[in-house]
Design a protein around this ligand. Sequence first.
Ligand code: GLY
Ligand code: MN
Ligand code: MN
Length: 493
Amino acid sequence: MAEELVPENPETPESEEAQPIKQRKNGLYPGVSDELAENMKSGWADTELHGLEPIAQAAHTAARRAALSARFPGERLVIPSGNLKTRSNDTEYAFRASTEYAYLTGDQTHDSVLVLEPKAAGGDGHDATVYLLPRSNRENGEFWLNGQGELWVGRRHSLAEAEQLLGIPAKDVRELSAALAEATGPVRNVRGHDAGVEAALTDKVTAERDEELRVFLSEARLVKDAFEISELQKACDATARGFEDVVKVLDKAEATSERYIEGTFFLRARVDGNDIGYGSICAAGPHATTLHWVRNDGPVRSGELLLLDAGVETDQLYTADVTRTLPINGTFSPLQRKIYDAVYEAQEAGIAAVKPGGAFRDFHDAAQRVLAEKLVEWGLLGDLSVEKVLELGLQRRWTLHGTGHMLGMDVHDCAAARTEAYVSGTLEPGVCLTVEPGLYFQADDLTVPEEYRGIGVRIEDDILVTEDGNRNLSDSLPRRADEVEAWMAGLKG
Ligand code: GLY
Ligand code: MN
Ligand code: MN
């Protein structure tokens, strides 16, 4: 990559902002002649865009802001998108806007902040303003001399364009510190995304009140609107294509490593979506028993299983979370199939328990019961009854994790929701969750027969609660063992 002439902080101090290029940095920019500086100021076309249509979810983001406004009347609410994060030296990780900001605005730019300001005395509700980095100034040279200048990072929307697209009045983010400094009255901030905003608000907010804002925004996402459901379906469909891509290149993965699988799925995620929604777990052989195996650097061997847990995140930041456990050579061995079928049966029981009015915990309990029954049947728990095993939780040596979680913009969505709203809550139409039972026999587990050791199976689907039951958004991928084998044979040709 090319090096900037003068790398500098993207947040040009306001005092420098208006000054001509030659007076900044105590004088001259190295290597920039007066003539070049002058030359670069002019000769650029006006590219302002007019008559832009609002983004597809503008009505939904407005409704989400209205719900937030109603919950915190009379309080100033500050929701940042977040800043770039350094990977090393002067390179940054790919930016991903904070879920809260993107949910409320539909925007994904960095260093941006949504502020809901209570209407002036007498008025109900809030006025929303989105504070953004504007187009780069050409007069003072920032567009080509600043690392966040548009010449380096690409054109941004002007504030007027952003207003048309988002349906929210937009201001220059460099005005925000002063606006926050002047603010009076109660303020709440979503923490963890923008240290600069937090520093500006440090005397105006409390941890408890900020947490209430975070909790509200987490719980607001428990029930998905129509736009979100269609995004989740898109994510699942793209993810299914990614799993097909992987099956088609299993021979290449065998010749190289799990990385081939990771790279193959990532290609699909970038082509059909924004990114992967979380680190892909490409776990071949005994790696399948490591729940978060994301090193993905191990061998892929015929005769073993591949546990692939991966999800495409859409351009609007909704992710799928899907797992299939596949026989690398296309055919389950009898023992692999026995374990796979047990997990499949548990998942079927779990999915059947997902319905409106049901308790969130029901699907976990249903799946765990099936798995406990199998483990008892296989003689792995001595002569204990299934009831006793469940009472003591002994099946968990091999089932390891909860059977599912909310899904949305975050793979573990709504994570700040209160227990009574989530884990101890009741399902309603529009809730989307994963059902993902598994059995994992560690390679060094001396309590199971040797042939079980190193086998891990998980099957994970994304289930939407509907008015009359549920819909499996990821059901275009087969789950039953014989269907998995037939699907793989068809793809390998
Ligand atoms: N991929 C993480 C999970 O299944 O929860
Ligand atoms: Mn998963
Ligand atoms: Mn999951």
